[in-house]
Design a protein around this ligand. Structure first.
Ligand SMILES: NC(=O)c1ccc[n+]([C@@H]2O[C@H](COP(=O)([O-])OP(=O)(O)OC[C@H]3O[C@@H](n4cnc5c(N)ncnc54)[C@H](OP(=O)(O)O)[C@@H]3O)[C@@H](O)[C@H]2O)c1
Length: 337
């Protein structure tokens, strides 16, 4: 392979995991204020599955290669970089796409240092899930000490991060998940209680736990199938943040009347399509306030939860595994060096 090229995850037509393969493509060049990262590891997100199915195009200007996060080493600096990074530095990065390749470019402000004691695999599991969870709880949810927070998909990449960040904020995380094993893992990470949504009404269980008050905040990546239970267990003046639609897009029933009697706020968000300034501020706040707590010396140590690491050559298996809802925490991809 020429030094101008690299290997990247690719698909020619939308469909199942069998369409994915590694393709030789042109290596990207860093533009003004951008760096080139030699990728050691990336991680999988639900967004990759939806993009592969042809239902989630990258935002304008973003790479069409899959991958919303990566870790590795700085390989090149573009013109007009401000000196935050030097060649050879280890770093992890939030991306709108392009992470599942041997090289990726990004604005220098989207990169973060790797906390002491973490491997490149652990670092690759941080940017998308943890910045999303941080944004949901703090920027959008304004979480306060003592708040109760219901976190759906408690053992997902985002869920495992949100539980730990809610605890760190002094809030009380409650979770839903689809198996006992996943609920146990969530409780180990700090969930005060967990409800198996396949076996019980999580809404009733949440109301019982909160002595009828309901939860102040719901982090909802399910949508349609959970709407009525969500609004039923929302506290008066509660915030319900919708950030995914794994349970469908449609609502049938009196959503507005139920919501208005709770004086509830329904907030929706997508991180990937946010503008550069927003992401820059998010990365900066997270780097200052949260990253130090991943280091081994921190008394309230945070932990990126890794389910497994696949070589990127096994990209089809990695997608199939996530699609089967088996993972607890993140699925990481190792790139050839
Ligand atoms: N808006 C944003 O900015 C943003 C950013 C990042 C992620 N997200 C969203 O966050 C969610 C989690 O992403 P992730 O990559 O962390 O996921 P993940 O690790 O793959 O975990 C997803 C889990 O959700 C549960 N689930 C799937 N379908 C469900 C359904 N119909 N009802 C209830 N639970 C269901 C499954 O666990 P169980 O076994 O417990 O059912 C599954 O393992 C996704 O919806 C993703 O699109 C949004």
């Amino acid at each position: 392979m020429s030094s101008e090229n690299m290997l990247a995850v690719h698909f020619d037509k939308p469909g199942g995991p069998e369409n994915l393969y590694l393709k030789e493509v042109a290596k990207p060049r860093p533009g003004e204020g951008e760096v080139l990262l030699k990728v050691a590891a990336s991680a999988l997100n639900r967004a990759d599955l939806i993009q592969r199915q042809g239902q989630y195009d990258p935002p304008p200007g973003a790479s069409s290669i899959l991958g919303l996060e990566a870790s590795g080493h700085i390989a090149e600096l573009g013109p007009a970089c401000q000196g935050h990074w030097k060649i050879g530095d280890p770093a992890m990065v939030l991306l709108p796409g392009g992470g599942q390749a041997q090289y990726v470019t990004a604005p220098e402000e989207f990169l973060m240092p790797i906390p002491a004691g973490l491997t490149l695999f652990q670092a690759a599991a941080i940017p998308e899930a943890w910045l999303t969870a941080f944004q949901l709880l703090h920027l959008l949810g304004n979480v306060q000490a003592g708040d109760s927070v219901l976190i759906h998909a408690g053992s997902s990449g985002v869920g495992t991060a949100a539980i730990q960040l809610a605890r760190m904020a002094g809030a009380i995380p409650l979770v839903t998940a689809g198996s006992q094993h996943k609920l146990q893992m969530a409780e180990k990470l700090g969930a005060a209680a967990g409800f198996n949504y396949k076996e019980e009404d999580f809404s009733e269980a949440t109301l019982k736990f909160t002595k009828g008050a309901g939860v102040n905040l719901i982090l909802d990546c399910i949508g349609g199938s959970f709407w009525e239970k969500n609004v039923n267990c929302l506290a008066l003046d509660g915030h319900w943040i919708l950030y995914g639609l794994m349970g469908g897009t449609d609502v049938s029933g009196p959503l507005f009347s139920k919501l208005i009697f709770k004086r509830g706020s329904l907030i929706t968000t997508m991180l990937r399509s946010r503008d550069k300034k927003y992401k820059q501020r998010l990365v900066e706040a997270f780097t200052k306030q949260i990253l130090p707590h991943f280091s081994t010396e921190s008394p309230q140590r945070l932990l990126p939860v890794l389910d497994r690491v696949y070589p990127v050559t096994a990209i089809q298996q990695a997608h199939a595994y996530m699609e089967s809802n088996k993972n607890v925490g993140k699925i990481v991809l190792e790139l050839p060096q």
